[in-house]
Design a protein around this ligand. Structure first.
Ligand SMILES: *[C@@H]1O[C@H](CO)[C@@H](O)[C@H](O)[C@H]1NC(C)=O
Ligand SMILES: *[C@@H]1O[C@H](CO)[C@@H](O)[C@H](O)[C@H]1NC(C)=O
Ligand SMILES: *[C@@H]1O[C@H](CO)[C@@H](O)[C@H](O)[C@H]1NC(C)=O
Ligand SMILES: *[C@@H]1O[C@H](CO)[C@@H](O)[C@H](O)[C@H]1NC(C)=O
Ligand SMILES: *[C@@H]1O[C@H](CO)[C@@H](O)[C@H](O)[C@H]1NC(C)=O
Ligand SMILES: *[C@@H]1O[C@H](CO)[C@@H](O)[C@H](O)[C@H]1NC(C)=O
Ligand SMILES: *[C@@H]1O[C@H](CO)[C@@H](O)[C@H](O)[C@H]1NC(C)=O
Ligand SMILES: *[C@@H]1O[C@H](CO)[C@@H](O)[C@H](O)[C@H]1NC(C)=O
Ligand SMILES: *[C@@H]1O[C@H](CO)[C@@H](O)[C@H](O)[C@H]1NC(C)=O
Ligand SMILES: *[C@@H]1O[C@H](CO)[C@@H](O)[C@H](O)[C@H]1NC(C)=O
Ligand SMILES: *[C@@H]1O[C@H](CO)[C@@H](O)[C@H](O)[C@H]1NC(C)=O
Length: 439
């Protein structure tokens, strides 16, 4: 008697269940009508590489149970988060919703009370057609009705650089506060005139090199990392291989897609780290500052830094400690009426790195010419005679063998296997004891 209605009920249930399960099928995009709820709802990129949803970082104070919207590697365990939408505006209970508001902007809001945290601040969209899509590259893109992108997460990174991002001069990675707090931390990583720097708030903490002069001595960026940051999809620039000083057994990539399993992280204690995923694990292949002497100008001016010494910072011979490093002891160099036995002399210092204003002196045929040039200029603090032509290896353009420093010497690093520079520091002969051999 009741069988038809029971059957109907049965079918309706099946249909509802079917529709429901379709709806639950992982989606990679949303629009204004179907935001992400905060109860386990996520976006998954088409190739199941990345996932977006609400999360609470491991170790985050359980009482707060702060909830963030983030992107992480799909199924990563522990969860490897690469981007956070509301790093400084967490929600504190499960009321969260993430989606497109009617004005076309991305927002995180709380369904119970009126709290709304805007993620984007784009011009009001006249259409309801904007679509948000999570791609396999890890990029979250907001498309207008016409498939034109109006916003991408790759242009507002958190602490992670993913292959395909472009490290333009206005883009920076900013560390988390700590491993369980995605809030804006003190350290940033950014490009500055072709050199990459880590800043501790407004202080330079590390630099990949110095722009301009003597750059061949100053490139601390491994080739693979430089290549990934430069986002070259043209293929490996073989010629530039010479720029990396230290050999690290990196995988040898040729195109940007080969970097799929790589990421750079500006970590919360101030290190830039390069991770590579293989055989089920992320391995850390490189990080800087590598040691206390890799920190930019760790010892101040006219002081050398050597991690092998008990006191890592030491003044150059003829210099004494001062507030910002070291200063010349008593007597000045370039005494106008020098008698022959009081002429300035030079101390050889083997260095891995030095910073300062160096100018090329092209007319030096031999070291004596370089030395004479330095002695003839009272501002000259040091010279370096390389003995080999430091011209561009590829172009063959000749550059000087002789470099003259006329500024304070800073960031002097010693004690490395790869001595890249022999610096001859000018000191008055009176500053040198008999124990020093000099010429
Ligand atoms: C949120 O989404 C999940 C997964 O799609 C679903 O199971 C759950 O019922 C939704 N919750 C609410 C309150 O809409
Ligand atoms: C609303 O709820 C959110 C999430 O719990 C919370 O962060 C926010 O402070 C609340 N706002 C108000 C006005 O109560
Ligand atoms: C959405 O886009 C379609 C074409 O892509 C357009 O015809 C339609 O008018 C748009 N809807 C609104 C509400 O603007
Ligand atoms: C950031 O720096 C400020 C002052 O320089 C310090 O008080 C704070 O603890 C630092 N934060 C972190 C996460 O290191
Ligand atoms: C960052 O700077 C703060 C002071 O501004 C200092 O206390 C802290 O030690 C620095 N952090 C590192 C890792 O050097
Ligand atoms: C790049 O340099 C490394 C180390 O100097 C060397 O082993 C490697 O063969 C070079 N690769 C290419 C493609 O030249
Ligand atoms: C690097 O490239 C060479 C030549 O293409 C190849 O023979 C070698 O196996 C590669 N090494 C690694 C570690 O992939
Ligand atoms: C890297 O990702 C891109 C886009 O997702 C894909 O086309 C390419 O095949 C991937 N490359 C490798 C080596 O997996
Ligand atoms: C940051 O990186 C350095 C160097 O790899 C590591 O020693 C340190 O533990 C890292 N900090 C955190 C909070 O993971
Ligand atoms: C990956 O890492 C885990 C934990 O660190 C370790 O147990 C496992 O052996 C590693 N797998 C491989 C293939 O190295
Ligand atoms: C400094 O370098 C010059 C040039 O190579 C060399 O002749 C001289 O012996 C060195 N001086 C010392 C003290 O090592």
């Amino acid at each position: 008697m009741h069988s038809p209605s029971i059957l109907l009920f049965f079918f309706i249930t099946i249909i509802i269940f079917f529709i429901y399960s379709l709806k639950c099928e992982a989606r990679d995009s949303i629009n204004v009508r179907n935001p992400l709820n905060g109860s386990g709802d996520t976006l998954v990129s088409a190739g199941k590489r990345f996932q977006l949803g609400f999360f609470t970082p491991e170790g985050n104070n359980q009482k707060n149970n702060n909830r963030y919207v983030g992107i992480w590697y799909y199924n990563s365990s522990p969860r490897t988060v690469v981007w956070v939408a509301n790093r400084d505006k967490p929600l504190s209970d499960s009321c969260g919703v993430f989606g497109l508001d009617v004005d076309g902007n991305l927002k995180v809001w709380c369904s119970n009370n009126g709290t709304v945290f805007p993620i984007t601040s784009l011009e009001k969209s006249s259409t309801f057609n904007r679509t948000l899509q999570l791609l396999d590259s890890g990029n979250l893109i907001l498309f207008d009705g016409t498939n034109r992108d109006v916003w991408q997460s790759f242009e507002v990174p958190t602490d992670t650089f993913l292959p395909g991002m472009k490290m333009k001069d206005n883009i920076k990675l900013t560390s988390w506060i700590g491993p369980s707090d995605p809030g804006t931390g003190n350290f940033t990583f950014q490009a500055d005139q072709g050199v990459y720097t880590i800043q501790n708030r407004s202080t330079v903490h590390w630099k990949s090199g110095e722009p301009g002069t003597l750059s061949m001595y100053n490139n601390d960026l491994p080739y693979v990392v430089a290549q990934m940051l430069s986002d070259s999809d043209k293929g490996l620039d073989q010629k530039r291989n010479g720029s990396s000083n230290r050999f690290i057994p990196f995988p040898n990539y040729t195109r940007v897609w080969d970097y799929n399993n790589s990421r750079l992280l500006m970590n919360s204690s101030g290190h830039i780290q390069y991770y590579y995923f293989s055989r089920g694990n992320w391995s850390l292949l490189w990080s800087e500052p590598e040691n206390r002497c890799s920190v930019y100008d760790a010892c101040g001016k006219f002081a050398t830094c050597n991690v092998k010494n008990e006191r890592i910072c030491q003044c150059l011979p003829g210099f004494r400690p001062a507030s910002d490093g070291c200063e010349r002891e008593s007597s000045k160099i370039c005494n106008a009426h020098q008698s022959t036995d009081q002429k300035d002399v030079f101390l050889n210092v083997s260095l891995m790195n030095v910073v300062g204003r160096a100018t090329q002196f092209n007319r030096a045929e031999k070291e004596a010419d370089c030395k004479a040039e330095c002695l003839s200029n009272c501002k000259c603090e040091a010279y370096s005679y390389t003995g080999v032509n430091t011209g561009d290896r590829e172009t063959g353009n000749a550059a000087a063998k002789c470099w003259i420093w006329t500024s304070d010497l800073a960031n002097l690093r010693q004690g490395y296997a790869d001595v890249r520079l022999r610096l001859s520091v000018r000191v008055p002969s009176s500053a040198i004891g008999d124990s020093f051999v000099f010429h």
